[in-house]
Each structure stands twice: as C-alpha cells, then as structure tokens.
Design a protein around this ligand. Structure first.
Ligand code: TPW
Length: 542
C-alpha cells in the first residue's frame, strides 16, 4: 500500500465519512489517489472557507472525523478561519495540506505559495490545531497518523497533516488503531462519587449540557443519567439541538439574560450545577457568566473536571459519564420534558414578515412533516433558531464566524444524507452563498431560508447610527436558477408559507427562499443579547 492509501484507509477506519477539498499543484498527486482509489467519497467546493465549514459540520453532526484537503499556502491559509472555528468550538476536523516535495526542499529558489519559510505553514497550524504531523518519513507515518487521528477524536479539536507531494506513492504500512488514553481509575471513582455526593445533598441540582455531549456521542447516556438522578436538563446555547431524540427532562436552552428567564433562573439559582461539556464563554452564557457561583458548580470539559475550586485532571467526559452511570441505580423512571412554548400557527396573511414568523413557519412544517436538521449561520437567524423546535442544529454559536451556514448545511447533507434547512442572513450569504452552485452535481437539495434585512443587522443593533451597516439589494433569489436551484423572493407571511410548502415538495434541487424583512425587524432574543453584551462591554447603554 502507498502512503496516500494508508492515510485514506486510516481516516476511514477512524470514522471519516467523506472528504471535502479544493486541489492545487502541491496536492494534485494526492487528489489523484483520492479519486482513483475511491476509498472515501470526495466533494470539491469553490472556496476553502466553505471546504472547512462543510468538513467541520460533517464531523460535528456525526461526532466523528470531518476531513478537509487543500493545497499548500494559498489553499491552507484561505481555510484558517474555518480551522479556528473548529478549534474554538471543539470540532474534530482533520486538515490535510499538500506540500512541496522533500526533493524540492534544497536550493535557494523560493517556491510559490511560500511565505517566510517552507515551515511557516506548519508553525501557523500548530497554533490552530491540537496535534500535527509532517509526513516526511513513510516508515514512521502509520504510527504518527494514528496518533494525530486519536488526538483529533479524543480532544475533539482539529489536527493538521502536511503531505509532501513526492511521498504520495511511497510504500507504507497500514495505519493502526491506537488504544485510547484512560484516566487514573482511583481518580475516576473518587471524582464520580464526589459529584454524586454533592448532587445528593443539593436542593436544586440541574444538568447543563454543552457541545461535548454531542461530540463524544453521549446524548443517550446523559439522558439516562438525568433520569436516574431525576435531574432537569438545560442545554447551553452552543449545545442547542442536543437531546432532540432522547428521553430526558429537557427544560430548554440556557442563554442567560438573552433567553427565557425561567430557564435562566433555574440554572442560575441551582445550588449544584453539573456542567457537562460546556464551553464557558460569553455567548453560551448570554453574557451572564458572573451569575454562576463557582462553589456550586461542577464543570467537566477538556479532559478536566472542576468541582468547585479543585479539579481532577486527565479525565474524559465519556469516562466520567460512564462512571456516574456505574455508581447509580438503574431506574425505570421516565422523564417528563417541558414542552417549550415555541411560536407556531403562522397567520398566512399579507402582513410583512418578522423573524418570529419564520420560526412559526418552520415549527408548523415540523408539526406536519416531522423535524429536519438545521445548519445556521451567525446573525439573527441563529437567535431565531432558538424559537424553533429542538432539532439537530449545527451553528457557530461561540466563535461566531459568518459564512458557516450554507457550506455547513451542504456538509451535513453529504455526510448524513438528511435534507437540511439552512438559516442565513444576507451578509453571511454574500460570503459563502455561492457554494450552493455545487449542490446540483452532488444531488444535494437543502432548503435555504435567507433572512434578507438588507443590512448587517446584528451590527446595526449594536450601532444603529452607522450607515456602513446597510447592504445593497442583490436579488439573491434571481441567481438561483443559474446556480442550479430554485429561488423565490417573499414579502408577506402568506408568500412565506406558500414558498416553504413548495420548497418541501420539490426534491433534487436546492430551494432558496429569500425572505425580505425591514432592517429593524429583529428577534427579541437578539435584542436582549445585544443589550446584555452592550452593558457588559460598555458599547451600549441599557
Ligand atoms: C467572518 C462580524 C457579526 S454579525 C455581522 C457581522 C458583519 C452581520 C451579519 O449580517 P447578516 O445577518 O448575515 O446579514 P444579520 O441577522 O445580522 O443581519 N466577519 C466574519 N464573521 C463575523 N462575525 C463578522 C465579520 C459580524
């Protein structure tokens, strides 16, 4: 077997479902093997940020490896922001970059795509990934690739593999599966019993579940734990979409000052808050992290469990949840999830559209036809998603990069086969909306709900006095036909409902619904979020 084949088989055996990429001359030999071997399905897109987001979404929604393959320099650096997003939001993304051949390294001649030195890219990637390897020795490569892929899965963070183009066909052994790293058994037992002891004596214990629960495939186990302990469960903002298929007493998503105040109160007044895999950040907490009293929190994430002010190191969330289950009695107690009061029953009249109407229309659709997964961009579309039924959601809720939604939805459909709803603002659509042009050749048919308020609305909410936040009218719906899909512009609730029904009924082509709204039509959640953020940063008085 060759080094390229060993890498592709290794990726597959470690859980990769497909590859997304854009070639370049430093990557052409590897791309040739990718195509000819057919080891993994392979999709090319148009712009490297989209490649990174699509691969990230694949990894997120399957809790396994997403893979992005790019060329050296221009390709890899073009994708850096997506890698940053995956790092920040703990997504298991494998970045593979073609590179100059070993035989090209001698001599004074600069190579194209080179910045300072030929090692610059590797150094930059060290900062954006949790483990890296330069495949310059086929004898060591199997072990090195195995280590890097294990790091990717165990830490659920991006890793970097640099592949010199003249070693693609070098003979190589298969990539092994390394044993997973495990916690010190006594530390694990003690940690779990300390946690259970604290929960047993608390009056109002609550579980707050975050993204790691999905990343490590722990939804059912955490749901089981909550039933055994009879604890209510809230998800973080980033964890939205968790437990959509699980039986637990889900009370909704905690977004601090920006969200439902009864959920905020339950979480903030809990005298023992068990945070499982939560990214403790401003957006997750609706900028109210200070409201949590550390003495009464248990925070398990990043292979560490902090109990009040002390911590247990090198202990994964998976091991912790398993041990908590070990130490608790099986019950046949059924959960009684609180049915959140999401808006539904859209009045299909001639009124102009506001974001809540879009949530209503989507919830009505789910009531009729069953839930669909959602990929959302950042912007008011994501805050509006908080008013949609709890279905699978991928979104950059913490790193908050624009441009995620469209390619992420495509990655989601590629890897799961499910038809997604994509939520995106006009500003973000200007960045990566063009990737939709790649749907036709792969048979993807996402339904895209484009929130067109003709502005960078979130920014305009922060700073309404600035006219640079206004955007021109690009008539996105008109562009759909040439991109291989169907597009329609809607101005009223009746038109929105009709367009959504038509989109659902039409399979095989992407369906773009360009929803026209006034710049000041925004969700209550966005308004509250911006006000809370403004108070915290002093950007806005309120
Ligand atoms: C890659 C900064 C955050 S929100 C926003 C900007 C420019 C406006 C988004 O406008 P859109 O949605 O998509 O029309 P809406 O609902 O606000 O009207 N560059 C990147 N990422 C971010 N987050 C920014 C800039 C930003």
């Amino acid at each position: 077997m060759t080094l390229a084949e060993a890498l592709l088989n290794g990726l597959k055996e470690h859980g990769a479902a497909e590859l997304f990429g854009i070639p370049g001359d430093f990557a052409l030999p590897f791309f040739k093997v990718i195509e000819q071997s057919g080891i993994l399905p392979f999709y090319t897109l148009s712009h490297e940020p989209g490649v990174g987001f699509a691969a990230d979404a694949s990894g997120r929604c399957r809790g396994s490896l997403g893979v992005a393959v790019v060329t050296y320099g221009a390709g890899a650096f073009n994708m850096l922001n997506s890698v940053a997003c995956a790092y920040a939001e703990k997504s298991p993304l494998v970045v593979i970059s073609g590179a100059p051949g070993i035989s090209e390294l001698q001599g004074d001649l600069l190579l194209h795509h080179q910045i300072k030195t030929l090692g610059s890219q590797y150094e930059v990637m060290k900062e954006f990934t949790c483990d890296q390897v330069l495949l310059n020795d086929p004898a060591k490569a199997p072990e090195q690739i195995a280590r890097v892929l294990r790091s990717c899965l165990e830490q659920s963070r991006p890793v970097y593999i640099e592949f010199p183009r003249d070693l693609v066909n070098a003979p190589c052994d298969p990539v092994p599966l390394l044993p997973s790293t495990t916690a010190e058994p006594q530390a694990l037992t003690d940690c779990a019993s300390e946690i259970l002891g604290r929960l047993a004596t608390a009056e109002k214990p609550v579980i707050l579940a975050g993204v790691e629960v999905r990343r490590y495939g722990l939804e059912d186990k955490v749901a089981e734990l909550s039933r055994r302990l009879q604890l209510p469960v809230a998800t973080s903002f980033m964890g939205r979409g968790l437990f959509s298929d699980s039986d637990c007493q889900l009370i909704g998503s905690y977004i601090g000052m920006a969200g439902d105040q009864s959920i905020s109160e339950t979480v903030e007044t809990s005298d023992q808050l068990l945070m499982l895999g939560v990214i403790v950040c401003d957006s997750n907490f609706g900028v109210s992290a200070k409201r949590l009293d550390i003495r009464h929190t248990i925070n398990a994430s990043d292979q560490e469990v902090k109990v009040g002010y002390h911590s247990y190191q090198q202990l994964s969330l998976t091991e912790l949840v398993d041990e908590l289950l070990n130490q608790t009695e099986v019950t046949n107690h059924h959960a009684s999830p609180v049915k959140p009061n999401y808006p539904r029953n859209l009045e299909a009249d001639d009124s102009s559209i506001v974001p809540t109407d879009i949530a209503r229309a989507v919830n009505d659709l789910f009531d009729r036809d069953g839930p669909m997964p959602i990929a959302s961009d950042i912007g008011d579309c994501l805050f509006t998603a908080m008013d949609m039924d709890n279905t699978q959601l991928v979104a950059p809720g913490y790193y908050a990069t624009m441009g995620f939604g469209v390619p992420a939805g495509m990655g989601l459909q590629a890897s799961t086969g499910q038809r997604p709803i994509i939520l995106v603002g006009d500003g973000a659509f200007q960045m990566t909306g063009w990737e939709l042009g790649n749907c036709r050749r792969y048979g993807w048919d996402p339904i895209v709900l484009l929130f067109n308020n003709s502005c960078w609305g979130m920014l305009a909410t922060f700073q309404p006095e600035s006219s640079f936040n206004h955007l021109d009218d690009w008539h996105f719906a008109n562009m759909s036909a040439s991109l291989g899909g169907d597009g329609v512009r809607v101005q009223t609730r009746a038109e929105l409902q009709a367009a959504l029904n038509m989109a659902v009924a039409t399979r095989g082509r992407f369906q773009l619904i360009e929803i026209m709204m006034t710049p000041d039509a925004r969700s209550a959640t966005l308004q509250q979020f911006v006000e809370a953020q403004g108070r915290r940063t002093g950007m806005r008085k309120g």
